[in-house]
Design a protein around this ligand. Structure first.
Ligand SMILES: CC(C)(COP(=O)(O)OP(=O)(O)OC[C@H]1O[C@@H](n2cnc3c(N)ncnc32)[C@H](O)[C@@H]1OP(=O)(O)O)[C@@H](O)C(=O)NCCC(=O)NCCS
Length: 199
């Protein structure tokens, strides 16, 4: 008799995480006002898959972020709110992606980040994303972390480089931009062995 193979359910990571200046915790409904403020800013969302968010768009994003506490399957996310001195500065996302087979946990995950402009330029995104990279490799059976971004998004590209990620590819006109044009994609990657060697 064939046995149905099911992937393991991965435990939720232990939160909050404290770094020198920040607290990383799960996103809660009460974060909606702060997240809504920076996600309504066209400068902030210029290179994001979503445009400036209206109330309905924000409700959808909040639903996804608040549900993102214990990913196990491809497409599921861990979402983190980043606080400095009790004020929400931004949010981070780890999205689980490819796995070998239906019985395996994902072994590739993708990083994402959005920070409020008033908290930019102080290294908060770097400090928070470093903690997420450490959590990703320490808690999940990943062998690769990646980030995909518009190559014109220089702040995000610099952040990838500060995290020790390598620019692996620049694909041309493969991303359907919101204005109807096709934009390029920069792919950054970090392998477990590279993370371990640097840790
Ligand atoms: C991508 C994003 C998070 C980067 O923000 P950021 O403020 O540049 O990143 P950090 O908070 O790590 O700050 C780093 C900057 O502060 C400076 N800095 C000051 N103090 C620092 C410290 N203690 N540690 C590290 N950097 C410090 C760095 O030199 C760097 O400036 P530089 O890039 O001009 O050299 C931000 O631009 C953003 O939210 N963009 C909109 C959303 C978006 O596009 N997301 C990505 C989609 S793929």
């Amino acid at each position: 008799m064939a046995t149905e193979l099911t992937p393991p359910v991965l435990p939720a990571p232990s939160l909050p995480i404290r770094t020198d200046r920040l607290v990383l915790r799960t996103v809660v409904a009460g974060d909606g006002a702060a997240i809504g403020a920076y996600c309504a800013d066209p400068e902030v969302t210029r290179y994001l898959p979503f445009g400036p968010l209206d109330a309905e768009g924000l409700a959808g994003r909040m639903e996804r972020l608040t549900a993102g506490t214990a990913p196990s399957l491809p497409g599921e996310i861990l979402a983190l709110a980043v606080e400095h001195d009790g004020v929400l500065a931004g949010d981070l996302m780890l999205r689980l992606a490819e796995r070998h087979g239906p019985a395996d946990p994902p072994s590739i995950a993708e990083l994402g980040w959005v920070f409020a402009p008033e908290h930019a330029g102080r290294g908060f995104a770097t400090e928070a994303a470093r903690a997420l990279v450490d959590l990703a490799f320490a808690h999940y059976p990943l062998h690769r972390l990646m980030a995909r971004l518009d190559p014109r998004n220089l702040a995000s590209a610099r952040l990838c480089e500060r995290l020790g990620m390598r620019l692996e590819a620049h694909t041309r006109e493969d991303y359907p931009d919101r204005d109807g044009s096709w934009s390029d994609t920069a792919v950054y990657g970090l392998l477990r062995r590279e993370w371990a060697a640097a840790s």
